[in-house]
Design a protein around this ligand. Sequence first.
Ligand code: PD2
Ligand code: ZN
Length: 310
Amino acid sequence: MPVVDAAWEDWLATNAKRGCTVDSMVDAMVRAGFDSLSASAAVQHAVSALTARGTAHGVDVADAAGPAGAPGVVQTGAGVQARVVKPASRAYHYDAAPVARGNLIHAFDRDVKVLMRCERPQVIVFGDVLAPDECAELIERSRHRLRRSTTVNPETGQEDVIRNRTSEGIWFQRDEDALIERLDQRIASLMNWPVENGEGLQILHYNTSGEYRPHFDYFPPDQPGSAVHTARGGQRVATLIVYLNDVADGGETIFPDAGLSVAGKQGGAVYFRYLNGQRQLDPLTLHGGAPVLGGEKWIMTKWMREGPYF
Ligand code: PD2
Ligand code: ZN
């Protein structure tokens, strides 16, 4: 299968800018030998990068033109032509999220309040997921064991320390002790996803000025390093970020392409889902941790996978 190299990135950016539909670009890439999941993720990434800059789309790629020299690709003389057609139909399909309906959800051993639901992207804000003493205990257990956080290198899949993520963290393995086991059960019940599909619980700490620049929590299928991570448990499907303290100023969880910002409150949480039943990935879940402007920020993150994570 071909890879999304610099030439394909140029092709994607050019055609997204011309206003070509997601459908027509995915079709062109599939005809050039990509599988539809990789093609769809690459196109959605290119379109969402453009949408973030405020450009609309709604025209079709005229034929299977890809970068010059790409195998199996027809190159038109003047590049790719575009014409106005129906709106894109291969856009991310918002099927029902597994989280229960209603304003109060009984999650294992606790009643959790639903404070806000957003349908596109699928984001839910909860109150009272953890009690104040549970938040305090997690912070105290973690404070002296923190290590600088890493991110996945897209090429190699290795964990790199980079400036995009200025936090420190530690992991608690599932079933590590009674408290972690209980919290894992509660979170799995709230997310309505099997507890064994969850990665460990990660505690993160940001000092003033700490931030986590916008990123996807899923592993982009077009990046070679992703396979290392999806080999165990498959793709990530959804995230729950629990706020362990009130931040004096800043530190919101932001969704820049959705124009959404969540200011955390101790014990509350934000849930977002990015893999649907058709295994499409939602680029609108691009999100980040805004810089902490005053005080410190403590959160706990749970990432759920498609399958059991052992
Ligand atoms: O600290 C946050 O608000 C934040 C933002 C984006 C955390 C994460 N992502 C994460 O842990 O993935
Ligand atoms: Zn994230």
